[in-house]
Design a protein around this ligand. Sequence first.
Ligand code: ADE
Length: 235
Amino acid sequence: MPMRIDILTLFPEMFEPILGTSIPKRAAQKGLVEYRLTNIRDFATDAHKSVDDKPFGGGPGMVMMAPVIFDAVEFVEKQDPRPAKRIVLSPQGKAFDQRTAEELAKQDRILLIAGHYEGFDERIIEGLEPMELSIGDYVLSGGELAAMVVVDAIVRLLPGALGAEDGAADETFTDGLIEHPQYTRPREFRGMNVPDVLLSGNHKLIAQWRLEQRKKRTQERRPDLWNRYQSGSGT
Ligand code: ADE
C-alpha cells in the first residue's frame, strides 16, 4: 500500500508542479506514495470564507483559526483508517534534517499543514499535537514551500524511488559528512583538469581520496557537522 501524504493548504495549486515533476512524480507513478491536496478554505464556515483573523491582544498580521484547521484535519483523517503523523510547518518548529526525513519515510501516513499569515492559533498545536518543523532560520511567506521541501526529502528515501544508480545510501548527511567533489567529461575544461587519482582506475585510492575530501570540506564549511562527526555520534 502506498504511503499516503495529505497536505492541507490554502494554495493547493502551488504543489502541483512540484509533485508532478521528477522524483516525487515518479514515486507516485510507481505506487510508492499517494498525494492528497486539501484546500483549508473549503472548511471555512462564514459567508466570507474566513480562515484567519486578527490576534487577540493586538499586533500585526493574521492568525489561522483553530476550528477551520480542526475540521479539515478531522475530515481528511477519516478518509483512511491509518493514523496520520501530523506535521505543522512553522519557523518555530524543530529544525528539519536528514535524520527526521529518514524517520518520516518509515511512516505510512503523513499529514502536513501549511499555514499562511503570521501563524497558527496555539490551540491548533495544543489540540492536534503535531510535530512542528522548520526548514531553516528564515521566514517564508507561508508553509507551502517548507511542506514541499519536507515531502521531497521524504519521498526520495522511499525504497525504489531512486534508480539503482543514484541510491541515497552514501550521500551527504547520511553519515555526517558532506560530499566530495565530482567530475564528468571532459577531462580537461578551460585549463581545469580532473584530479589524476579519479582517472587512475585504483578504486581503493579513489575511495581514500574521496573520504579525505569529504572530511576536509566538512571541516572547512560545516564546523557544526565536523564536531558531531568527531565526537562519534554520526549524523
Ligand atoms: N513557514 C514560514 N517560514 C517557515 C520556515 N522557515 N520553515 C517552515 N515553515 C515556515
